[in-house]
Design a protein around this ligand. Structure first.
Ligand SMILES: C[S@@+](CC[C@H](N)C(=O)[O-])C[C@H]1O[C@@H](n2cnc3c(N)ncnc32)[C@H](O)[C@@H]1O
Length: 389
């Protein structure tokens, strides 16, 4: 029999200490059912409001970060009033009041007294560099493209057009555009470096010492991080393999390398991965989150550009999502995230996340044999180990 008051009391208990409420599986089920329950309870007018304003949490978070609302709340000893927030942000009090009202409805800030606001766990999180960079990247770099996706899908365009280009009114692809938008470029690369920091990595399922290091000497090239961005993989590698013989090389566009991490023992080399790989006989050519930026034709061209450089000990390591061929049920953990990421790839690069059979076909066409596919997160992040046929 329905017992609404019991449910209300239970939800209040849950909100007080969410981390200790039930086990992980139960918490996932509560989140799933909670969202379905919230939608089920909506009146049509509320459903419309939820949909039409669905981009506002991202927009409000960007304003809160960029206009120093969150940092002002954080620095204040007690609640901050509108005058203080207006002084810090430069925002006119009337629009500021609406922004604060909206942030309160999202649980990002709280109104402790009339028009006096306090930070929350969420506003604190939005000040963490990773969250700051993530919001900047998705708001400034991707949002105009998301808004153009339906036009790209509906109308005929030439094959070079993407929703990103349409939304940003540019002819340049994402990475070329970043070169003239240094703040966006820096936010993107820091986001790429840090977004998976709390998750397991390929180094948890790939024993570099035994799988790459056999008979290796100081002149061997052990690891080439191709399109490696900030170079976040090399510190991880030296941590698990401090006495690694030989060299590690970070390759990317010269302009990206200028701002990359400085890591002991890591060399940097400007290289366009669409051209022949100049580093020969490396033990591993590693690609993290590179292939999902491209369609099959370009991925095959990138992989084939490495064929000539690969020696008998060389492997190609692809660190990307390998989605199961039989899509998991809609409510399973991570499905919303991986489906959204795939749409983001479509928007920015006109590419998609790939399923396992797609990867197998792609690598076969590139003249490579898959030796193993090892998953290391519940979001289907995997390392694909491939050799030359
Ligand atoms: C999605 S990011 C991944 C970066 C890094 N592997 C990581 O996981 O953090 C793709 C990277 O490819 C680089 N890139 C794009 N086009 C390139 C090209 N033609 N040659 C070399 N690197 C390129 C970008 O600068 C960027 O760092």
């Amino acid at each position: 029999m329905a017992a609404p008051q019991l449910l209300i009391d239970q939800l209040k208990l849950l909100i007080e200490s969410p981390e200790t409420y039930g086990n992980e599986e139960q918490r996932h089920e509560i989140k799933r059912l909670g969202r379905l329950a919230s939608v089920a309870l909506e009146a049509p007018f509320e459903t419309m409001q939820r949909l039409v304003y669905s981009l506002l949490p991202l927009v409000a978070a960007r304003i809160g970060q960029d206009c120093a609302l969150f940092s002002t709340l954080e620095a204040s000893q007690g609640p901050s009033d509108l005058a203080e927030l207006s002084g810090a942000s430069g925002l006119e009090p009337r629009i500021l009041e609406s922004i604060m009202d909206y942030l309160c409805t999202q649980g990002i800030v709280v109104e402790a007294e009339k028009q006096r606001y306090m930070p929350t766990k969420l506003s604190h999180l939005l000040l963490v560099p990773l969250f700051n960079d993530a919001v900047t990247h998705f708001h400034d770099n991707c949002l105009p493209g998301f808004a153009a996706l339906h036009r790209i899908l509906k109308e005929p365009w030439d094959s070079h057009m993407t929703a990103f280009k349409l939304g940003q009114h540019t002819d340049e692809d994402f990475y070329t555009w970043l070169e003239t938008h240094p703040a966006n470029q820096a936010a993107f690369h820091r986001f790429m470096e840090a977004q998976f920091a709390s998750l397991p990595t390929w180094l948890d399922v790939f024993d570099v010492k035994t799988e790459l290091g056999r008979d290796a000497g100081p002149t061997d090239i052990m690891f080439v991080d191709v399109g490696g961005g900030n170079g976040s993989q090399c510190p991880g590698l030296t941590k698990v393999w401090p006495d690694m013989p030989g060299k590690m090389i970070l390759q990317d566009k010269p302009q990206v390398l200028e701002k990359a991490l400085r890591v002991d023992g890591m060399e940097m080399m400007g290289h366009d991965f669409l051209t022949e790989q100049p580093v020969r006989d490396a033990r591993a050519y590693y690609f993290r989150q590179v292939m999902h930026n491209y369609d099959d034709k370009i991925c095959i061209a990138i992989l084939k550009a490495h064929g000539g450089a690969m020696g008998e000990h060389s492997v190609i390591l692809i660190d990307d999502k390998v989605l199961p061929d039989d899509g998991p049920p809609t409510g399973s953990p991570g499905v919303e995230y991986t489906a959204a990421l795939s749409l983001a790839m479509k928007v920015v690069f006109d590419s998609m996340e790939r399923r396992e059979s797609h990867w197998r076909d792609l690598l076969h066409r590139a003249g490579l044999a898959i030796q193993d596919i090892r998953k290391f997160t519940r979001f289907h992040d995997a390392i694909i180990v491939a050799r030359k046929v």
